[in-house]
Design a protein around this ligand. Structure first.
Ligand code: ZN
Length: 222
């Protein structure tokens, strides 16, 4: 099992972080790497593929420590193409700013926009062949994500892919999550699918399914 950009971020943030995050099921003995129960661990199943697209994950602090977080699974799928950052409204990492302003990149934000957002919204990606397609993924709850996006001036100039959170038609076999919103990894897989990147989309969907199977195995029966 390789150490991905996500694991490095988590380690860094844990050292800075003063309050321990109390995840549900904290008594469960978890694998340090994949955060699943040790005897039902996901390590060794990571797709670990190369991708022609880069991914920048912007995490809300809470997400970094949630065993249910799915953004981190993108780093497992495409470790050589994933950058990870803790979101900051006012003090974004310089490396993040450099990536976002790199003229050789076509940066696009993936975010389930609502109707009130009018600026820069696109419904699908038409890749600029001369540039490296780079997807910026905001990883938080629905409400956190909206706040993170709206408060981050450094994202304001970038186009945003409009995803309809209620459009289940594209993945009818997948059951709706509790609040009927897409998970982070599903949002990205869906965006790749509508952009014609079927193969990468399948990698994410399949790994997400694997994660769900392993995860549900540790959920207490009611
Ligand atoms: Zn593991």
């Amino acid at each position: 099992m390789i150490s991905t950009a996500f694991h490095q971020l988590k380690q860094r943030v844990s050292l800075e972080c003063k309050r321990p995050y109390k995840a549900r099921g904290i008594k469960v003995k978890r694998c340090e790497i994949c955060q699943l129960k040790r005897d039902n661990c996901l390590c060794g199943k990571q797709p670990n593929q190369d991708c022609s697209i880069d991914f920048i994950l912007l995490f809300h602090l809470d997400e970094i420590f949630k065993p249910t977080n799915t953004g981190r699974l993108i780093a497992d799928c495409f470790p050589n193409n994933t950058y990870t950052f803790k979101h900051s409204r006012t003090e974004p990492d310089q490396k993040l700013l450099d990536l976002l302003n790199d003229p050789s990149r076509q940066c696009i934000v993936i975010f389930p926009v609502s109707d009130e957002l009018e600026r820069n919204v696109i419904s699908e990606i038409s890749a600029d062949q001369t540039k490296k397609l780079t997807l910026i993924i905001i990883d938080g709850t629905w409400r956190q994500g909206r706040r993170m996006y709206n408060s981050s001036e450094y994202l304001a100039h970038l186009p945003v892919v409009k995803l309809d959170p209620d459009d289940k038609s594209l993945y009818a076999t997948r059951k709706a999550s509790e609040d009927s919103h897409l998970s982070t990894i599903e949002s990205v897989a869906l965006t790749l699918k509508i952009s014609g990147e079927e193969r990468y989309s399948e990698t994410l969907f399949n790994y997400f399914e694997e994660f769900n199977q392993h995860y549900s195995a540790i959920r207490p029966k009611r």
